[in-house]
Design a protein around this ligand. Structure first.
Ligand SMILES: [Mn+2]
Length: 336
């Protein structure tokens, strides 16, 4: 079976209140093979503003669940419960520690997690869990595609802002980041040669050094404009998934130009148009099975009439629709 057409959709109806730890504990991933598992992580502590904490609800309010559930069997687990405490880094690490096993178990069971941030720091938990789950299942690590205005390759030693949302990719690719690296662990590490960035255009000095010393593949938003989406995505996908191997996709809505998508934490001019972003996402879904998918940095406090949330939902929907259309659903097959 490649994917579950809509038949046994389990939605928000009857689901306990968001943030109910009992609901999270009662969730048995083995019952959800072949499904899309939605998890909200209302963590805004990693960025410069805290409005991204409302990202999961903004995405849901824009119809995310209904659109995906119309395509595939989907379950919304609600939001991870808020940790208690006052130390910023400790709180973020607690979110990550709670998130990592959720994506790990879902991937191991054959489901596809769709993780709604939250700021991008959550990817250190979502993506490491997905990587660990895939390794436990298939004995190989998946590739990683990072669609974002930023490269998130800072460490505590290089960061100009001190904001942890600029560090998850560094930790996932093996640079030492306080707290994050411990959460990522050995089985959550991705291979730098199977990592690609698309849409990046705001790179700090330390990040540039990391890119150069590691040779990680990157296509900027300018590259997308000059070469076209089709060419850039073909090259990026040939890096993360040269033989259509399954890969993880972390999508930061700030890749879209802030003129169209102002509802973000760190707006950077000269971004992709919504149509270009959607096409990137559709091509990713069309290429190979996606192991785990993030939507991050949606900040409804900076949004105008929910337009950023709608673009974000359209982008996620484009990936999933393409994935299902080509039969590259969530249940693993050896095709291609
Ligand atoms: Mn970003």
């Amino acid at each position: 079976m490649d994917f579950c057409p809509v038949s046994n959709t389990v939605g928000l109806v009857g689901f306990p209140a968001f943030g109910d730890p009992v609901a999270m504990d009662a969730y048995d991933p083995s019952e959800h093979a072949g499904e899309i598992i939605v998890v909200g992580v209302p963590c805004g502590l990693g960025g410069g503003h805290q409005g991204t904490a409302h990202g999961p609800n903004a995405a849901r309010a824009a119809g995310l669940f209904e659109k995906i559930a119309a395509l595939a069997s989907t379950r919304d687990l609600g939001d991870l419960p808020l940790p208690e405490g006052s130390d910023r880094n400790e709180l973020i690490n607690t979110w990550l520690e709670r998130l990592r096993p959720v994506t790990r178990e879902a991937v191991l069971a054959g489901a596809m997690p769709l993780v709604l941030g939250g700021d991008h720091s959550i990817a250190a938990g979502s993506m490491s869990g997905a990587c660990a789950g895939w390794q436990a299942r298939e004995q190989v690590s998946p590739g990683l595609l990072w669609i974002d205005a930023h490269v998130d390759l800072n460490t505590h030693l290089t960061t100009p802002s001190g904001n942890p949302h600029g560090m998850p990719a560094a930790a996932l690719l093996g640079w030492e980041v306080d707290g994050f690296s411990r959460v990522v662990g050995n089985d959550g590490l991705f291979d730098r040669s199977r990592m690609a960035y698309v849409g990046a255009r705001d790179i700090d000095t330390g990040e540039q050094r990391h890119l150069e010393e590691s040779g990680i593949a990157l296509w900027s938003s300018n590259d997308v404009r000059e070469q076209g989406v089709e060419s850039v995505m073909a090259q990026a996908l040939a890096t993360v998934s040269p033989n259509r191997e399954p890969f993880c996709l972390s999508f930061d809505i700030d890749v879209v130009d802030p003129g169209f998508a102002p509802g973000v934490d760190t707006a950077v001019p000269d971004g992709l148009s919504p149509a270009e972003a959607m096409e990137c996402m559709a091509r990713a879904g069309d290429h190979a099975r996606i192991v785990s998918l993030d939507l991050v940095e949606l900040n409804p406090e900076n949004d105008v009439d929910g337009q950023t949330a709608r673009i974000a939902v359209d982008c996620i929907n484009a990936t999933i629709a393409a994935m299902l259309q080509t039969g590259r659903g969530t249940e693993h097959t050896d095709r291609d």
